[in-house]
Each structure stands twice: as structure tokens, then as C-alpha cells.
Unconditional design. Structure first.
Length: 415
């Protein structure tokens, strides 16, 4: 089926059929489970790449003379200005696949010396919101998240780079909290999934409707729970803390590399330690790694240097985590060899790595005493927190992903 769709795309390029080209680009991207489509003008050709399981993959190239018409077609679909090629534009369009799946495309254009680059983010509207366990959250991490959701007020933050699944984690949390007896407000940019039972609002910074103004307005809407798309500045974090201290549960995202580094970021925003510890319940840090293809998985032994590093790091994993001790001692791993099912990549799908730091009384006291992030992290691990690298080792030992993937997204403290 996938090969057939690629052939249709190649035929449309040869025929110069622009509407067919654009629809086949989207159709092929969806068939290979792509999250983003990149149409990139190079010096001599136009390159089409798709992001599959977090990694870009080259698909086809087409000649420059077709590109203006392709961009115009996408702009028409997204209600963008066709004659404006000097500045970036953002829009969205809605498509229905042959399989009757509803897809939302977020479109972004960017002027380059070789022509306009187009990126389309694919969002499957028919996809169900996964449970926390289905995302790969387990053990101490799951316990700490459920604690953060069970308290009536406070802030729970999730951090990680763009595309690490932060918003999906928040929607999974909201799915747990979504009950008729509570009023849940969300301030988003954009609204990625529409959920029944939630009061969702999209910000518009161009008319001064920002996260801060949206959050302030939400507080006047008699909420129990508020989800803010992202905390970017001091004003937003100040209002979030005010909301938490006045009896509301606040969920949000923030851009940092680890759970403990989030404390440094908030400190840099000018928030005093006593407010930080009084408001924040838990901090999640997450990454996405590719799953091993089950059809072509085969045993793999790490090299001696990696083996010693993993032995050292795995010894720090709390015994409360459900790991096969025999596998832990032998450090047995798998790797996909590549097959038709995974298009030769050795991977199929993705799973999350999570570290969740619960702000216990000990950690709160360390924050007030202005201890270093390294000391705070050591304390959190001693109290049962599993860090990102350890979470990766657990997933690799279970044959869910490879150590190569773990090293790609997470850093060992023993390195």
C-alpha cells in the first residue's frame, strides 16, 4: 500500500499534476506514520522529507519549475496569501484521507534564497488520547504524576524539547481529571486536540491575547483546573503561582533539559524559593525514543566501554522498579535489523522516557537553602526518582528500544 502511494506521487510529479502531487504528498506521509512534512528548496532541486518516529527521512525530489505552483496550492488550502512570498506565514487546513480519517494540518512557510520552504505538521483528529501507561510512564514516575494530579491545588510542569510529547502527556492527565463536577479551562497555542468537557481557548499574540492574559481571564471563569500551553515568561509563572496558591490545580509545559533544571529556569525568572516550593507539586521531564521493530528484533551485545557505563548507571536504578534482575545483571539488549515492515529502519513507533520529580519536604528545604541542582537531583534519586537515562535503560532491557536511541536523547550522569 505504501509503495503504491509512493508510485502515485512519482507519477503525479512526472505528469506535473499539482493538485494530485499535493494530495499524494499528504497521503504518502500519513501512510508512513509521519508527523511532519518538509518541502525544502535546494539549489538545483526541491527535496521532500518526512519525519517518521522523530527522524527525518528523504522521500523524493522534484524540479524547481513545479515549486511555485505547489506552494500556491498549499497556501490556497490553508487560507494564506498567495502573493506574499517575502515573509513567513502560518495557517492550517483540514483533510480527510481515503480511509475516512480526519487530519488537521498546521502549515508554516518560510522564505529562503531558493524559494519558499513549507512545513506541514500532521495531527490525527480521530486518534484517541492515550493513557499514561500507554505513553511509557510506569513505576515511580507514574506514582509521582498521579500524586501531582490527586492534590486539589498546586502546579505540575512537564519539560522537554519541541516534539517530545509534552502536550500529549498533559492531555492524558486532563483525561484523568475530566469529570462533570470540575471546571477545566485550557489556554493553548494552538488547540491540538478538542476534548469534550473542557473549556478550551486559543491565544492570539498579534491581538495581545497571550498566555498571561488568557490565564488571568481563566481565573475569572470559576475554574478548578487550568492548563496553560507554555510558561515562557515571568508574568505567566507569577499568575500560575497565584492560581496555585489560591486553590487551583495548574498544568503547564516549560522548556528545560531535566526536571531539576526547571527549578533553575524558574529561579532565573525571578521567583523566590518560598513561592516555588509553596506552589510546585511535581516536575516531569520527557523524551521520545523510537521503538524496536518487533518483526526484525535481534539480540545485541554492547561494547565493553558502554557495558561498564551501563553497569554503573543501572546499579543506581531503584529496586522498586519492575526489572528482570537476570537481564539487569547480563545487560541483554535488542536491535532491529531492518525489514519491509519498518522500511529498513529497524524501528516502528515511539515510546516515552520520563523522569518525574516530586517536591518532597526534603527537596523543598534544599531549594530554600539554595542547594545546587546536582545535590537536589541526588536527593530526588535517593528518594526513588528514576532519571531519563535510567528510564531508557529500563526500556532497553525490556526490548522496547535500543541503547543507541537512549544515548541520542538522554545523558548519563556517569559519562
Amino acid at each position: 500500500m505504501t509503495d503504491q502511494k509512493l508510485k502515485l506521487l512519482q507519477d503525479a510529479i512526472l505528469a506535473g499534476n499539482i493538485p494530485s502531487m499535493v494530495m499524494n504528498i499528504i497521503s504518502y506521509a500519513i501512510s508512513i506514520r509521519s508527523s511532519d512534512i518538509h518541502i525544502e528548496p535546494q539549489k538545483n532541486t526541491i527535496r521532500l522529507r518526512c519525519r517518521v518516529d522523530g527522524v527525518l527521512r528523504e522521500i523524493v525530489e522534484y524540479p524547481h519549475n513545479l515549486h511555485p505552483a505547489v506552494v500556491s496550492r498549499i497556501k490556497i488550502m490553508s487560507n494564506l496569501k498567495i502573493d506574499e512570498q517575502r515573509i513567513p506565514q502560518d495557517g492550517r487546513c483540514h483533510v480527510t484521507t481515503e480511509e475516512a480519517k480526519e487530519m488537521d494540518l498546521r502549515v508554516s512557510t518560510l522564505p529562503t534564497p531558493n524559494g519558499e520552504k513549507v512545513v506541514m505538521r500532521i495531527q490525527d483528529e480521530s486518534k484517541e488520547i492515550p493513557k499514561l501507561e500507554d505513553l511509557g510512564i510506569e513505576g515511580a514516575s507514574l506514582k509521582n504524576i498521579l500524586y501531582g494530579l490527586s492534590v486539589p491545588n498546586g502546579i505540575m510542569l512537564t519539560s522537554g524539547p519541541t516534539g517530545s510529547g509534552k502536550t500529549t502527556t498533559l492531555y492524558s492527565c486532563l483525561n484523568i481529571l475530566n469529570k462533570p463536577e470540575v471546571n477545566i479551562m485550557t489556554i493553548e497555542d494552538p488547540i491540538e486536540i478538542q476534548m469534550d468537557g473542557l473549556n478550551q481557548s486559543q491565544v492570539h499574540p498579534d491581538i495581545e491575547y497571550t498566555f498571561a492574559t488568557g490565564l488571568r481571564t481563566a481565573l475569572r471563569q470559576d475554574p478548578n483546573i487550568i492548563m496553560v500551553g507554555e510558561i515562557r515568561d515571568r508574568e505567566t509563572i507569577n499568575i500560575a503561582i497565584e492560581a496555585a496558591l489560591t486553590g487551583h490545580l495548574v498544568l503547564s509545559t516549560i522548556h528545560t533539559n531535566s526536571a531539576v533544571e526547571t527549578l533553575t529556569r524558574i529561579d532565573n525568572m525571578g521567583i523566590p524559593p518560598f513561592l516555588m516550593t509553596g506552589a510546585i507539586n511535581a516536575i516531569i521531564a520527557q523524551r521520545l525514543v523510537r521503538r524496536i521493530c518487533s518483526k526484525c528484533a535481534a539480540p545485541e551485545t554492547p561494547d565493553p566501554r558502554t557495558f561498564e557505563l551501563l553497569k554503573k548507571e543501572s546499579a543506581l536504578i531503584p529496586t522498586t522498579e519492575n526489572i528482570d534482575q537476570e537481564k539487569l545483571q547480563k545487560l541483554q539488549f535488542l536491535k532491529g535489523k531492518g525489514c519491509d515492515e519498518c522500511q529498513g529502519s529497524g524501528y516502528h513507533g515511539r515510546v516515552g522516557l520520563y523522569e518525574v520529580m516530586k517536591l518532597t519536604d526534603n527537596i523543598k528545604q534544599m531549594i530554600i537553602d539554595k542547594k545546587s541542582t546536582l545535590e537536589i537531583e541526588k536527593q530526588a534519586i535517593s528518594e526513588g526518582m528514576v532519571n531519563l537515562f535510567q528510564s531508557g535503560i529500563i526500556k532497553a532491557l525490556r526490548g522496547e528500544t535500543t541503547m543507541e536511541e537512549i544515548f541520542r536523547v538522554a545523558k548519563s550522569r556517569s559519562q
